[in-house]
Each structure stands twice: as structure tokens, then as C-alpha cells.
Design a binder for this molecule. Structure first.
Ligand code: SME
Length: 178
């Protein structure tokens, strides 16, 4: 039927070569992301961004937590079900939020206060999503089943991409602060 055809075409258009080196896949991701995130709706764009990163790298869990008052609330993601809310001063996502910078954790078991949503996760990378004022409005969390799967290069590439498309991933301005 028509919708199946459309879905297949859409996913085909955003296919990745899983055998390509990671750097090449980031290059592909950069190009595809700009094409994909053309909608004005941030939830739709967060959902497709998570799907695209998941297609590119196959990591165990990738997705957003949105800053809602003084908590991080689960947003669009790919992977197993996850903790709905995360709280300040606990976990990798909260640290990236507090520091307003990307955090790489090579071994989640060695990170005090790590919030274990899935026992499969061995290493983690969290990147802040900032608005035009530089305020953290969400974080993008990546969990890998492989220990020490992330290097500074991963943090830099994902941060650069997210900075480029941030206005497509969040509501501008902050609701209630227009
Ligand atoms: N591990 C994260 C929690 C989110 S889940 O991994 C999806 C943390 O420590 O903040």
C-alpha cells in the first residue's frame, strides 16, 4: 500500500553504510540531518534525529531528555524503554546539563551516581542541546553496549551537529519567556 512504499522510500533515502569508518558516517549524518530536519515541529525532529543516529551507528539507546523545570523528562528515543525522569546532581545526563558541555563516560560502572536504565549499557555520551541564548534545553544521550565506545571525537562531532540543528530540536523561545 501507499504508506508502506513511502516508508521504504524514506528510510532508503537515509541509508548508512554500517561498514564505513565512523568518521565517514558522521559526514553522512551531517548531510542527511540537514535534509531530514526541515519540519518546524521539535518533537518530530527529535524523533527523526534519534532514528537517524540510531541508523548510522546502531548504538544500544539514543534519545533526548528535555529540561522541564528542574528535571530532565524523557523525549523521543530509539532503544529499550528508559527512565521517565532524571533529577539534578545524579547521573551522566544531569552532569552534561549542569556543566553545559558534552560528557563522555568510558565505563558507566565506574561513574558514581550513574542512572542505570538498561543493564546492557557499558559506556555513555551525553551532549547538551542549547538554545540561541546558550541555555541547555535538552540533552541527547547515547548509550553503547561496548565499553569505552566513545572518544572526544564522538562528543565533538555530535555536539557540532546538534549545535547546527538545535533550533530545529527545541521550541524557540522558551515557552512562557517570549
Ligand atoms: N544513564 C543516564 C540515564 C539515561 S539512560 O541511560 C537512557 C544517566 O546516567 O543520566
Amino acid at each position: 500500500n501507499a504508506s508502506t512504499v513511502e516508508l521504504r522510500t524514506m528510510a532508503d533515502a537515509f541509508a548508512f553504510d554500517r561498514n564505513a569508518p565512523r568518521k565517514a558516517r558522521y559526514d553522512q549524518l551531517d548531510m542527511q540531518c540537514l535534509a531530514l530536519l526541515s519540519d518546524a515541529d521539535p518533537v518530530a525532529n527529535q524523533a527523526n534525529f534519534a532514528a537517524l543516529v540510531h541508523m548510522a551507528f546502531g548504538w544500544h539507546w539514543v534519545g533526548f531528555y528535555r529540561v522541564v523545570k528542574d528535571e530532565l523528562v524523557l523525549g523521543p528515543f530509539q532503544g529499550p524503554v528508559a527512565c521517565t525522569r532524571l533529577f539534578k546532581d545524579r547521573g551522566v545526563c544531569a552532569l552534561a546539563w549542569a556543566r553545559n558541555e558534552a560528557v563522555v563516560v568510558q565505563d558507566v560502572d565506574a561513574f558514581p551516581g550513574h542512572v542505570m536504565c538498561s543493564a546492557v549499557s557499558r559506556s555513555e555520551l551525553v551532549v547538551p542541546v542549547r538554545d540561541a541564548q546558550g541555555q541547555v534545553r535538552a540533552v541527547f544521550d547515547v548509550d553503547s553496549a561496548v565499553i569505552a565506545d566513545f572518544e572526544q571525537e564522538d562528543a565533538d562531532r555530535l555536539q557540532r551537529l546538534i549545535d547546527t540543528v538545535a533550533e530545529r530540536l527545541i521550541d524557540e523561545p522558551l515557552p512562557g519567556h517570549a
